[in-house]
Write a protein that binds this ligand. Sequence first.
Ligand SMILES: NC(=O)c1ccc[n+]([C@@H]2O[C@H](COP(=O)([O-])OP(=O)(O)OC[C@H]3O[C@@H](n4cnc5c(N)ncnc54)[C@H](OP(=O)(O)O)[C@@H]3O)[C@@H](O)[C@H]2O)c1
Length: 224
Amino acid sequence: MNNSITNVLVTGASNGIGLDLTKKLLQEGAAVIAITRSGEIADFSHPRLTIIQGDISNEESIKIAANQVKELGIKLDCLVNNAGVGLDLGDEIPTAALMNATFATNTTGTVLFTEAFLEHVKDGGQIVFLSTAMALVRNIAPNAPAYRMSKAAINIYAVMLSQRLADKNIRVTPLHPGWVQTRMGGDTAPVTIEQSANGIYKAITENTHTGKFWNIELDAVEEF
Ligand SMILES: NC(=O)c1ccc[n+]([C@@H]2O[C@H](COP(=O)([O-])OP(=O)(O)OC[C@H]3O[C@@H](n4cnc5c(N)ncnc54)[C@H](OP(=O)(O)O)[C@@H]3O)[C@@H](O)[C@H]2O)c1
């Protein structure tokens, strides 16, 4: 199957995986709405790229961004929830400050953003969440408590949403993009940003699953 993806929205498109995925989608002929905190992407523009300012940890900002998309009159084939933070990747002891800041973006923000944009996703479309294999139960280790828990919560939300949206035939996929050479993943990560963006592109254009965890590195479904 080749899912048609004419209009795609990507959050956190200023950097890392979100930026490369945006470029890949444009290369492949899609039109992209990129959500960035600054309202810009440094040194990059494209005739099919619309950049909208948005901080997904801020409800008012989400509302304004959703209204701007409404004004564009576009129905999305795919909503890519990519924006995320990894604030305690090297820590073992959870703190209130890092828990709150992590959940504000990775969980509450991602959920509220998705809920605000649901009406813009067309029937038969899809919603993707950049999750992590670090949140799968068999991979649990003591480090990154806020990060792992914030993404595990998103995995659960993704399954719930897949059930809610089944009658609209909207597929919902939490996915692992690999351990990727980005600001978050660091220089020693084994997967290049380009490899990850290509894998995500393949997943959103070919994936037929819903409510399942997809691992880009394995190119397969994994158990939660
Ligand atoms: N890299 C990995 O190995 C890896 C592995 C598994 C999962 N992931 C997931 O993949 C996604 C992308 O990660 P990455 O490695 O590309 O990280 P990154 O290079 O740090 O990029 C993160 C992006 O999210 C944006 N962002 C953060 N908080 C935001 C907010 N409140 N509102 C809007 N945008 C926000 C950042 O914007 P600014 O530029 O404004 O900061 C940036 O564009 C994340 O969800 C991450 O958890 C990454």
